[in-house]
Ligand binder design. Structure first.
Ligand code: GRF
Length: 217
């Protein structure tokens, strides 16, 4: 039986991905969110942490690796959920292959510095691609560049606006992130990269994202 994996969640905004994680891990014997760390004092995610009884703090200097590593404490897995600051190299090294991020597009496209929130979906629509989606990847020294763990596509619809596309991608994010966290916890947060490959008959069934994964094992 895997010991319970303590998880720290890094946030900067509303915290809907944090909420999806809290809801999915409620009563789990595999993993638990033990702390929430914010880059902003006004992040809505802080209220969600407090409502769930999870200790939360705000970083004085998100660029300081010593402060960040101390705030992450005994976390075995660190999850960036709507976190908008670059992780300082000293903290990346400390949590190599134990720090993951969710991004609202199919990386490596539509990622990088400045690519967050509405801007991502604007660029996706402007490019003319017909598939967007969500990506969970390991964090390295650059924004949105670390090894990919899992992705799920979201078809672009005629007439989509950045808001309508963002809403459907967020729905997939709220399923993909908890799925990946539980998968990593189940495996004891291995020190070698994990990749999960989409499985199952279809990406969307009855208009609902039909997330199912296998892997290369
Ligand atoms: C999400 O789309 C996430 O991928 C991006 O920021 C958005 C807001 O996330 N990084 P949340 O509601 O703060 O979790």
């Amino acid at each position: 039986m895997q010991p319970l994996t303590p998880i720290a969640v890094l946030v900067s905004g509303a915290g809907t991905n944090l909420q999806a994680l809290l809801d999915a891990l409620r009563g789990s014997s595999l993993a638990r969110v033990t702390r929430v760390v914010s880059s902003r004092p006004d992040a809505g995610a802080l209220e969600r942490a407090r409502s769930a009884g999870v200790p939360a703090c705000v970083l004085a200097d998100p660029g300081d690796p010593t402060e960040l590593v101390a705030a992450l404490g005994d976390a075995e897995l660190v999850v960036l959920a709507g976190y908008l600051r670059r992780i300082p190299p000293g903290a990346v090294v400390r949590f190599r292959l134990r720090m993951i991020n969710i991004h609202p597009a199919l990386l490596p496209a539509f990622g990088g510095p400045g690519m967050y929130g509405r801007r991502v979906h604007e660029r996706v629509l402007a490019s003319g691609v017909t598939l967007s989606g969500a990506t969970v990847h390991y964090v390295d020294e650059e924004y949105d560049r670390g090894p990919i763990i899992a992705q799920w596509p979201v078809p672009v619809r005629a007439g989509d606006t950045p808001e309508s596309l963002a809403a459907r991608v967020l729905e997939v994010e709220h399923r993909l992130l908890p799925f990946v966290v539980l998968e990593l916890a189940q495996r004891g947060v291995p020190r070698t990269p994990v990749r999960l490959f989409a499985a199952g008959p279809a990406f969307v069934i009855d208009d609902q994202p039909a997330l199912r994964f296998g892997d290369a094992r």
